[in-house]
Each structure stands twice: as structure tokens, then as C-alpha cells.
Design a protein around this ligand. Structure first.
Ligand SMILES: NC(=O)c1ccc[n+]([C@@H]2O[C@H](COP(=O)([O-])OP(=O)(O)OC[C@H]3O[C@@H](n4cnc5c(N)ncnc54)[C@H](O)[C@@H]3O)[C@@H](O)[C@H]2O)c1
Length: 289
């Protein structure tokens, strides 16, 4: 029996669908919620496609894939997640959105339910402070793609109870992840260290040092990185990456080391969000979403 037999994932986008799949793979029943019906329709299709690939590669049987799919229950109303033991919020990177969602959960879920957020950069302490029982709120930060990246950051807000962190760490291990416990600082560990990777690449592009393909190639072939900064921004989602940079910059009192770049803002304004929208720094229209 998993540490959390019943999990609700809020937000069925890039991260939420992967996290839902992971939790179901560990044997949890997963309620999957999204404010937008389209996202809720797309997520199970994406999960089934990923599992079918696993079957093809001999990683799991058809029957096992079916059991996982059956454990995932898309829900249209938050009320339907009231029996969850753990909430993993993976909605858009906006403090307002997250605070609003958490405040709606206070009286809907049981008192023992842990409320976690997959935020990349927002203050978990601030989110917790807006709830009735802040001691049960923490960060549970997965990386993209959630099903494949081993690392997770378990973020202790100022108010988080130690037992909450211990249970999340135990569950992360059941999900076959490597949990790292971190304090609640802007960007935590990974996103703080990664900010200059994107920021300097955007500044280099803006100054005309080289085009984005050349910068990516140099970082891969010369720097030994698995992905160049522009490929990575496209994978993450340019809107999500821009929001993360902006919030780390704000949180560090507008320290110029983290200043966002106009190129990224313009791409967000244009709807060029990366892989998920079919176009970012690269063109994905031929791949389908
Ligand atoms: N993309 C990444 O690489 C990455 C990595 C780690 C963490 N994160 C974090 O995960 C979270 C989600 O990011 P994503 O990349 O999956 O974004 P996404 O845009 O792919 O998905 C966000 C989903 O949230 C839904 N949503 C918006 N408001 C909602 C609400 N009120 N209730 C329920 N659902 C709502 C949207 O419809 C969308 O389906 C963000 O906090 C982000 O910072 C993202």
C-alpha cells in the first residue's frame, strides 16, 4: 500500500499529467483535476500514449498499463477530491491561481490531507500562510518530464511540520525518485542555479552573438549539457520559464542577476510557448502536440 493511497493532482498540463501517471504507477488512486475541460481530455490521452510506448519497449505489460490508466480518474469538480490523502497542485505558475486553489481546499479535504505544490519558484511559505492549516503545506517539486527525471525537491516552508516532509520523502522514494529536502528560498536549489543558464543565453541571443541553434549546440557539444538552453525553454514551456524567472527576480528584490529578458516576454505575448504550442524557439508543428 503506498504512503498515500489516494492522491489528487490539480492541473493536468505538462507536469500534472506526468505526476498523475507516476502516482498511479506507484499504486495510488489519482483524481486529476483541471479548470479547463480540454486539458482534462488531453492528459489521459497523453498518459496512454506514454504507457503504450512503454509496452512497445517491453517495460511493462498491456495489463499493467491498463491498471495504471484505470487508477487515474479525471474529475470536473474539486469536491470530488475530498477523500484524497495528498494533494499535488500543478496548476499554472501564478501565486493568485495557487492561493485561490489552496483556499478552496481547506474545508473540502480531510484534516490529515497534505497539501503540496509543484511550484518552480513561488514562495511555498506565502501559499501556506493563506491556508487554515499551514503546517500541512509543502513544496513537492518534480522536474520535466516528471515520469523520467529522478530528482525531486521537497520544500519545507517556514510553517511545514517535520512529519509532513518525512511522509513526502517516503512517497517520493516509492515513486522511484531521489528526494532532496530544501528550504523555501526563491527557485529552491535547481531553479536558482539554472536561472543564469537561460538568462545569459537570452542575452547572448539578444546581442547577436550567435543564433539559438548555435548556442544550443555549443552548450551540448562543448559544455556537456544534455540540452541547450533554448531547447530546454521550449520543453519547459516559455510561459512557465518566464514566470519562474520573473518570480525569482522579484523575490530577490530585483537583483539584476535574475533579470528576465524581453525576447522571452515577446514570445509569451505571441503565444510561442515551445513544444506545447507547436512553436517556440524551434518549430514543432510537424510533430503534433
Ligand atoms: N514545465 C516545467 O518544466 C515545470 C517543471 C517543474 C515544475 N513546473 C511547475 O508546475 C506547474 C505547472 O506547470 P506546467 O508546465 O504543467 O504548466 P501547463 O501550462 O502545461 O499546465 C498548467 C495547467 O494548469 C491548469 N490550470 C490553470 N488554472 C487552474 C486552476 N485554477 N485549477 C486547476 N487547473 C488550472 C491549466 O489549464 C493547465 O492545464 C507550475 O507551477 C510550474 O512552475 C513546471
Amino acid at each position: 500500500m503506498p504512503t498515500f493511497p489516494s492522491v489528487a493532482v490539480l492541473g493536468a498540463g505538462t507536469m500534472g499529467s506526468g505526476i498523475a501517471q507516476l502516482c498511479a504507477q506507484a499504486g495510488s488512486t489519482v483524481f486529476l483535476f483541471d479548470a479547463f475541460p480540454d486539458a482534462l481530455k488531453r492528459a489521459p490521452q497523453k498518459i496512454e500514449k506514454d504507457l503504450a510506448k512503454g509496452v512497445e519497449l517491453g517495460k511493462l505489460s498491456k495489463e499493467q498499463a491498463k491498471v495504471i490508466v484505470d487508477l487515474i480518474k479525471p474529475i470536473n469538480l474539486l469536491d470530488e477530491c475530498k477523500s484524497a490523502d495528498l494533494i499535488i497542485e500543478a496548476a499554472s505558475e501564478s501565486l493568485e491561481v495557487k492561493v485561490e486553489l489552496f483556499s478552496q481546499l481547506d474545508d473540502r479535504v480531510g484534516h490529515d490531507c497534505i497539501l503540496s505544490t509543484n511550484t518552480s519558484s513561488l514562495s511555498v511559505t506565502q501559499i501556506a500562510a493563506k491556508t487554515k492549516y499551514p503546517h500541512r503545506v509543502c513544496g513537492f517539486h518534480f522536474f520535466n518530464p516528471a515520469t523520467r527525471m529522478r530528482l525531486v525537491e521537497v520544500v519545507a516552508a517556514h510553517q511545514t511540520d517535520k512529519s509532513v516532509i518525512e511522509r513526502i520523502v517516503a512517497y517520493a522514494i516509492e515513486l522511484e525518485k531521489t528526494p532532496v529536502v530544501t528550504k523555501d528560498t526563491p527557485g529552491f536549489i535547481v531553479n536558482r542555479v539554472a536561472r543564469p543558464y537561460y538568462g545569459e543565453a537570452l542575452r547572448a541571443l539578444g546581442e547577436g552573438l550567435a543564433d539559438h541553434m548555435t548556442i544550443d549546440r555549443i552548450m551540448r557539444e562543448g559544455g556537456g549539457f544534455k540540452m541547450g538552453p533554448f531547447e530546454l525553454m521550449d520543453l519547459i514551456g516559455i510561459d512557465i520559464n518566464f514566470a519562474a524567472t520573473s518570480s525569482v527576480w522579484e523575490a530577490y528584490f530585483r537583483d539584476s542577476r535574475y533579470r528576465p529578458h524581453l525576447i522571452q516576454k515577446q514570445m509569451v505575448d505571441a503565444g510561442f510557448l515551445g513544444k506545447k504550442s507547436g512553436r517556440g524557439f524551434y518549430d514543432y508543428s510537424a510533430e503534433g502536440k
